[in-house]
Design a binder for this molecule. Structure first.
Ligand code: ARG
Length: 476
């Protein structure tokens, strides 16, 4: 077929199928415009929810006396068949029918005849699509929750196994004070715990039914919005019809949640990448999470965390896209809103994949305890402990800071950690230093001394891991 034949065929198809709103039009819509304005290639993902919404609507119309019981049966059976056809992949989607809503409605009418045309009574695609996206996103949120719990469970269990594993804690990526690896992992878990809360919060606010708002002002039929809301497990109907068809806050809120989650996972990824490097060697990631290099035989690259870190950009991009999409839109529905779907879908897909990847990878981390310990011994990580020791001997903190600073300078010169100096060497800097100083100069002593809620002492980390697991249990 030549290019112009293609064009003619495309136009023919368009001419035949835009009957849903063709009544007031003098000429068929241009084939390119039909393709440009169509959303079916992506909004077909909403098919199941579209059918769910239609069934609820049809039941309500029957109660309201708009449809007979027989008509309801026809509609429900027809929709069910279409649902299975879509699920099996045999449904023929048509771009000329614009979107998921009109594709399904046309298929229903093909199947059951004129009764199919009654389904759209008292409703518009505007409230229909708003309902569909809310239903879809709610389903997605419900399947994201266990991914969270699985990841957090693995993370907390690893933390519990590593409560006494000593590693350097960093500020400015410079060795600061020793911490335990379990403590570090539980810091990650706190980020995820807040993200989970934000996810639930988003679900709470989205769980209202916009169905019945119709095009923008409501409908003249005696509809029962409470019924359809309950039928679809929404908490209640939305309050205002103009807002109902135009509000996409829930999509923005989801993307805000997703962006922050990805930001958190990018921070974790960054640390995983650093820790697997030859310079750190704190952990190994099993080979199944890594790839090699086609030129450098020695390479084992931490692809999974790198990719999670990289995917943060697209999710944050989707948040910005949605905010910009909604900016300055006048009430009520505008076609702009059709652009809400692809960013939202991709944000959901990305979050699902990244949570899954992390859920598999985190429990599989192999800890190199010796390398962590060695690293903590370097960099004078117990300097603060020596300063605190001197304070306990009655020396003001500022003076003890000065004394320790001099001891560290000496250590740098002699290439010795504080704990490796003899008592005599240490006493050059203060006569107040006694034999008992070595208790605080050891890494074990240093972490054990930070023994309060939120501190890095192994006992505290163990208790914190228990509390974190309790929170997970309370979820189900
Ligand atoms: N495909 C449209 C969307 O995603 C459905 C609503 C269309 N409404 C309209 N009046 N053109 O937003």
């Amino acid at each position: 077929m030549s290019k112009s034949d293609d064009k003619t065929a495309e136009q023919d198809e368009t001419n035949q199928t835009n009957q849903a709103w063709g009544g007031r039009f003098n000429e068929p819509v241009d084939a390119f415009v039909a393709r440009f304005t169509a959303s079916v290639n992506f909004d077909q993902r909403l098919a199941q929810q579209d059918i769910q919404g239609s069934v609820a609507h049809a039941k309500m119309l029957t109660q309201a006396g708009v449809l007979s019981a027989d008509e309801l049966d026809l509609i429900c059976n027809g929709l069910q068949e279409i649902d299975s056809e879509i699920a099996s992949g045999s449904f023929a989607w048509s771009v000329a029918l614009e979107d998921v809503h009109m594709n399904i409605e046309a298929a229903l009418t093909d199947r059951i005849g004129i009764v199919g045309k009654k389904l759209h009574t008292g409703r518009s695609r505007n409230d229909q699509v708003a309902t569909d996206i809310r239903l879809w996103l709610r389903d997605q949120i419900d399947s994201i929750q266990p991914l969270f719990t699985n990841l957090q469970q693995g993370m907390i269990e690893l933390a519990a196994a590593e409560v006494a594993t000593i590693m350097p804690g960093f500020t400015h990526l410079q060795t600061a004070q020793p911490v335990t690896f379990g403590h570090h992992l539980l810091a990650w878990n706190e980020m995820l715990e807040r993200d989970f809360g934000r996810l639930l919060d988003c679900r709470k606010r989205l769980n209202q039914s916009p169905l019945g708002a119709a095009a923008l002002a409501g409908t003249t039929y005696p509809i029962n919005r409470m019924f359809t809301a309950t039928e679809m497990n929404f908490d209640k109907p939305t309050e205002n019809s103009l807002d109902s068809v135009s509000d996409r806050d829930f999509a923005i809120e989801f993307c805000a949640f997703a962006s922050l989650l990805m930001t958190h996972m990018s921070r974790m990824s960054e640390e995983l990448v650093l820790w697997t490097s030859a310079q750190f060697q704190f952990i190994n990631l099993p080979d199944r999470f890594c790839t090699g290099s086609s030129i450098m035989p020695q390479k084992k690259n931490p692809d999974v965390p790198e990719l999670v870190r990289g995917k943060t950009g697209r999710v944050t991009g989707h948040l910005i896209a949605l905010l910009t999409l909604m900016k300055s839109q006048p009430l009520a529905y505008n076609k702009d809103n059709q652009e809400d779907k692809e960013p939202l879908f991709d944000a959901v897909d990305t979050v699902v994949d990244c949570l899954r990847a992390f859920g598999d990878m985190i429990p599989a981390i192999q800890t190199n305890r010796d390398s962590m310990y060695e690293a903590a011994r370097k960099g004078f990580s117990t300097a603060t402990d020596l300063a605190d020791y001197l304070v306990r001997q009655g020396i003001p903190f500022r003076d003890s800071h000065e004394i320790v600073g001099k001891s560290v300078a000496y250590g740098v010169e002699q290439n010795k950690d504080l704990s490796e100096m003899s008592l005599k060497e240490l006493q050059q800097f203060s006569g107040q230093i006694g034999e008992d100083v070595f208790e605080v100069l050891t890494l074990e002593g240093s972490v054990a001394a930070r023994n309060h809620i939120g501190g890095t002492a192994p006992d505290q980390v163990r208790a914190a891991a228990d509390r974190a697991l309790e929170l997970l249990k309370a979820r189900s």
